[in-house]
Design a protein around this ligand. Structure first.
Ligand SMILES: Cc1cc2nc3c(=O)[nH]c(=O)nc-3n(C[C@H](O)[C@H](O)[C@H](O)COP(=O)(O)OP(=O)(O)OC[C@H]3O[C@@H](n4cnc5c(N)ncnc54)[C@H](O)[C@@H]3O)c2cc1C
Length: 617
């Protein structure tokens, strides 16, 4: 099938990153563009949130100092981070944040315009802010309004299945209609992949159900991946997917395990004794599992997962006090005691304390049909964010020319990241990609010109018959959660790698769906399989060279325990085989900062373009 239409640049995805990429391209003068999305209302940004969903930015208030370089150092200190990403994400922080403010995202400020901050995890300052529990939704909606006002086409209901490449890099994109399986092929010179995190590879996940991820698109096009072993996992409810951080833990609910015969136990107290309530309290602001806290609050994650792995179901019960508390608040450590005292919540049951401290947290569950006053809440330790992703350069271009990745699809983080920095990254990466594309479009004057030859694509033969794609996907996800989540076992991962590799190789022979209307399910399984294979490869490589993630963590770095990780794990594909290896990260750049030199440089660039510098819209 020959491409029917040419766009200079196609953005895939309608989350914070995708909308911003399109909006910025337009503002920079690149107008022959379109957004392709499998579902305008799908994805993480629009459908997720948390107790206080955080946006991380440069400090913009008060008397405490902060600087671009200090913020860059914080991001770099997460370990496994490239210097150019840390610096760009810091340097663009204010510009991106203020643009969201201008677009109407309700970040709170005082009467003089200071955006007060609070401290988040891995944050040495108070750089975090929030527009409430649904910050990313407000961001998406504000950016969508801006895109709609500009008349940028959004091609809704199309699943991108293949990035087409020629000798010069990207030359097209192939899609299928998610309802009919009807193919559509477009010619383009650039694709910005804003497909979000690879949520579809885990069973235990707190990503919204509408988020699948499409990292496999980049793998298939030949792009390298970075740090695919680095994820964030934490305790979340499963019937309605929501992170149980903040007050959900600080009110000290009971953790109960129920075996297949219906017998109930308070397993945290059994394992941790009287310090159990204090560990639960700490989970409030130490939400993600952290190997370094495996002897501290992360014991809670390990114990929850252990119960589930032995076949029990685990719940949070807010209706009664946990063992070890039994109304004796004096048995609490000073941190938990003082917090509850200052909050006026040294009384009653967990649900009564939650009502006092954060009644919205109860209403949220009620809105999803769960009554925390009466029923226990089923939980698991769930994947929440992939710190790794598609490997990109300083302009967020992948190793394939014309293919860019931004937002969670891009791999710009490493081992740790400050809470909220993912949302900053959705804005910075998409802007950097748009700027690079706009620069090249201006130099080549090719934006409106169709390529001489339109690319062609032929859909692979899909087997129709007794469907097995859904079952294969369920099995893959369950296996990934069993062997390759926050508590990993290397032998299990190696065996799973062989099985997933087999599925990838024999995909066409193994997988069948009912008919063309299930083509989207077929391609989503393919994407999940090649993404899981790459993830396992990175995890095995990292386990064997750096240390196994989880309770059995053994740090094998030379001089281990002394500072941030200075390497990252790269994963490459070559003729059907996948290989991961450890590579040093780049140092923090030391670029020109002399004003007169930068002014001269800016004049020369404008002259070369034959124009005066154009103000940003
Ligand atoms: C519970 C939870 C809480 C979080 N809290 C925070 C927080 O407090 N602070 C923070 O910084 N981050 C947080 N995050 C992470 C953050 O929300 C995400 O990293 C971010 O929203 C991702 O935005 P994105 O634009 O990259 O992708 P998404 O918003 O996921 O958008 C991806 C888009 O791509 C589309 N798409 C995917 N594949 C295809 C395809 N093949 N064809 C067509 N369309 C496709 C999807 O439908 C969707 O529209 C949280 C995440 C979760 C799950």
């Amino acid at each position: 099938m020959k491409a029917s239409k040419y766009y200079h640049t196609i953005v895939i995805g309608t989350g914070c990153a995708g909308y911003n990429a399109a909006d910025r391209l337009y503002g920079l003068g690149v107008r022959n563009i379109a957004i392709v999305t499998e579902g305008r209302l799908m994805g993480t940004s629009r459908n997720t949130g948390s107790d206080k969903q955080t946006y991380y930015k440069l400090s913009l208030c008060g008397a405490d100092g902060d600087s671009v370089r200090e913020l860059a150092d914080t991001l770099y200190a997460g370990g496994g981070v490239m210097g150019e990403h840390a610096l760009a994400e810091a340097a663009y922080s204010t510009r991106c944040f203020m643009r969201l403010v201008e677009l109407g995202v309700p970040f709170p400020a005082n009467e003089f315009g200071e955006y007060a901050g609070y401290k988040t995890d891995h944050d040495p300052r108070t750089r975090a802010t929030s527009a409430g529990p649904l910050t990313s939704k407000y961001m998406t909606e504000a950016l969508e309004r801006s895109v709609r006002d500009k008349g940028i086409p959004v091609l809704d209901g199309l699943l991108a299945i293949k990035i087409l490449t020629g000798a010069d890099g990207v030359n097209g994109l192939s899609c299928v209609d998610v309802h009919t399986g009807e193919p559509a092929v477009f010619a383009c010179r650039n694709v910005i992949l804003c497909t979000g995190g690879p949520a579809g590879i885990y069973k235990n996940t707190v990503y919204p159900e509408s988020q699948h991820g499409s990292t496999g698109l980049a793998v298939d096009a030949g792009a390298a991946l970075s740090n695919m072993e680095e994820w964030q996992y934490g305790i979340a409810s499963t019937a309605f997917r929501w992170n149980l951080s903040g007050t959900y833990q600080q009110v000290l609910p009971r953790y109960i395990s129920v075996d297949p015969k219906g017998r109930e136990r308070e397993f945290l107290y059994e394992a941790l004794g009287p310090k159990a309530p204090d560990m639960v309290f700490l989970k409030g602001y130490q939400w993600p599992f952290d190997t370094r806290k495996a002897e501290g609050s992360s014991q809670v994650d390990l114990l929850v997962a252990f119960e589930i792995k032995r076949g029990n179901r685990v719940y949070l019960d807010f209706t009664a006090n946990p063992q070890g508390l039994d109304d004796r608040f004096g048995a609490l450590g000073s941190e938990a005691y003082d917090y509850l005292k200052r909050s006026g919540a040294l009384f009653g049951t967990p649900i009564e304390r939650l009502q006092k401290m954060n009644s919205g947290a109860i209403e949220l569950y009620a809105a999803h049909g769960i009554d925390l006053w009466r029923e226990p809440l089923e939980i698991a330790v769930c994947a929440q964010h992939c710190n790794g992703g598609v490997c990109v350069d300083a302009d967020w271009q992948t190793s394939v020319r014309g293919l860019f990745a931004a937002g969670e699809a891009a791999g710009t983080f490493g081992v740790y990241r400050p809470g909220g920095s993912a949302l900053n990254s959705t804005q910075v990466g998409s802007l950097r990609a748009a700027e690079r594309i706009a620069r090249e479009a201006q130099l080549s004057c090719e934006e409106q010109n169709e390529p001489k030859e339109m690319p062609e694509y032929c859909l692979p033969d899909i087997r129709y018959g007794k469907p097995n794609a859904a079952e294969l996907l369920d099995n893959l996800r369950a296996d990934m959660s069993k062997h390759a989540d926050f508590d990993r076992d290397t032998a299990g991962m190696k065996a799973l790698f062989e099985r997933v590799d087999g599925l990838c190789r024999d995909f066409a022979k193994t997988v069948s769906v009912r008919g063309p209307e299930d083509a989207a399910a077929y391609f989503r399984l393919y994407d999940a399989a090649i993404t899981a294979r790459a993830t396992l490869s990175a995890m095995i490589c990292s386990a064997e060279t750096i240390g196994t993630h989880g309770s059995a963590f053994v740090d094998r770095r030379p001089g281990s325990g002394t500072g941030a990780r200075t390497t990252r794990t790269l994963t490459v594909h070559d003729r059907g085989t996948v290989r991961s290896f450890i590579s040093p990260v780049s140092a923090m750049p030391d670029p020109e900062l002399w004003f007169e030199t930068l002014l001269e440089r800016s004049r020369k660039t404008a002259e070369a373009r034959g124009k005066k510098p154009r103000p940003q819209q």
